[in-house]
Ligand binder design. Sequence first.
Ligand SMILES: Cc1cc2nc3c(=O)[nH]c(=O)nc-3n(C[C@H](O)[C@H](O)[C@H](O)COP(=O)(O)OP(=O)(O)OC[C@H]3O[C@@H](n4cnc5c(N)ncnc54)[C@H](O)[C@@H]3O)c2cc1C
Length: 591
Amino acid sequence: MYTAVFTINMDAVGNCPCNPSIGGTAKGHLVREIDALGGEMGKTTDETFLQSRMLNLGKGPAVHSLRAQIDRNHYARVMKHKLELQENLEVKQAEVTDIKKDGDLWLITTRMGAQYKCKAVILATGTFLGGKIFVGDVNFESGPDGMFPASFLTASLKELGIPLRRFKTGTPARVLRSSINFEGLEVQEGDEPVVPFSYMNSEKELKNTAVCHVSWTNSETKRIIEENIHLSPLYAGIIEGVGPRYCPSLEDKIVRFSEKPRHQLFIEPCGRDTEEMYLQGMSSSLPEHVQIAFYKTIKGLENVKIMRSAYAIEYDCVDPQALYATLEFKEHPGLYGAGQFNGSSGYEEAAAQGLVAGINAALKILGREQVVFGRDNSYIGTLIDDLVTKGCQDPYRMMTSRSEYRLVLRQDNADERLTPLGREIGLVDDERYERFLKKQEMKAEELKRAESIVFPPSEKLNEILVKKGTSPLNTGIRLSELLKRPQITYDDIKEIDITRPDLPRAVFEAVEIEFKYSGYIKRQKADISEMRRIENKLLPEDIDYSEIKGLRLEAREKLNKVRPVNIGQASRISGVSPADISVLLIWLSAK
Ligand SMILES: Cc1cc2nc3c(=O)[nH]c(=O)nc-3n(C[C@H](O)[C@H](O)[C@H](O)COP(=O)(O)OP(=O)(O)OC[C@H]3O[C@@H](n4cnc5c(N)ncnc54)[C@H](O)[C@@H]3O)c2cc1C
């Protein structure tokens, strides 16, 4: 028995068809969580990045998020090689055209006619399934980056009764570096020191090697797009698929935010050995001649040469409410969905779901209990619960605002939240686990030290406090109390903290957050215990909600569609009111 991964084109493995970057707000949290569980995304990003920045440092630690500009080709090569080296895994270039049930097994057939009998199958077709490209009035069947689409599987999935719908997304042009005038453009540098994505790496090994540049659209850009908006396949109604609300095309931004005089763009390198530059924030599906005209209105792009035009892609994906939180299909045991196929958008969201579907398909085959990631332990859990419980009407992008526990689900403590679970599942190897235990030990020691160290009042201490805009002292103070002051960080007091051990920066940051936010964290943990209490109120699988008196009609329909596994999930279904939940609780207690 072995695992096989099928792709229409081997060069699509690890390919980033849109922005050449990994992470960003909330997406960085997902990458850290994948890493904490033993995944490869964080390590590969650290190995192939060009520039790294911690976003939102001006705000609280709940929204601090890592984002790295990557060498796109290098990233794909490294990922593909890791798959090729993986024991018990075969990577196959073959288009799957048919899937059907064969007794307890799944039978898949490729375009060449090869057949494979499988105990479990994970569908992660991305933007390839029924892929169709749009540039102005030109459209044709294609996957991203000029690759073949998956043209046959949709029919087979529909035969199985799988609820599919059309989504769309778009990408900007790639332009020639030497055709850009960088003079006068704002330069965006990476952070020093670089914070690694992977808990297996330390900042000492990582260096930025590239910068990004910032520019803006202007009234001329707006005029050209407004004058040609009738040529947009989106506004001409040619594109049926629903696009991502939080990654709008430039024409979308111009129409939806018409009061805004300008829109920001980032000019990002795509790699060390390529002259392609990515225009972040400028995706479009307008005709090529209009693209050339509006790009040339932008400062720095006056003489721009387009290498790859911007385009929109429409594709088939599933209604994720057809899935359990294990990502297994409710109606098709052994069949799983992952990635963009589940209605999400983004590399990080796709990778997180691929990991969960992979874990559960393997556990199912091994006869072990499958794993559900909760909203209380991870953004992975929040992502999947949102998809399978609330569903999505447009491509779902992860954001920190989607989590009600974001102060507990920070990007810095993903290992504390998930590495023990990864170890239990069998994904976390000894090296990673020992490194994790060591870090926990260091943190516990430092917490103890901070609680025990008392700094006597001194001129030096008061000088620091006054300089940081907080009140001076005339009595001694514990290190922990000092760190509770919002203005004071470990860096600020290193001169007086002479017994400080030499620990990784991540340990000091984790301890500082514990002290600074202890009250909020305590409150959020209390909310989590309350949530767990109602999450544990399980609902029988075979309920016919239309028979429960007192439930409103909409609630009956939604509950019968989603079939929640517990009261907590039921309470998050849109259209199920608190009154409906009370009816359910009474019904349950009468059982
Ligand atoms: C034009 C475009 C714009 C995008 N815009 C955004 C954006 O704005 N924001 C954002 O966050 N993300 C965006 N994305 C990124 C998107 O999230 C990614 O496409 C992400 O890579 C999805 O990952 P995935 O693994 O689900 O699918 P993909 O990376 O698309 O991989 C799917 C894999 O499945 C294979 N496959 C499909 N069907 C079959 C079959 N029948 N048989 C065998 N193999 C098959 C393909 O060959 C491919 O290897 C965009 C992508 C594209 C193409």
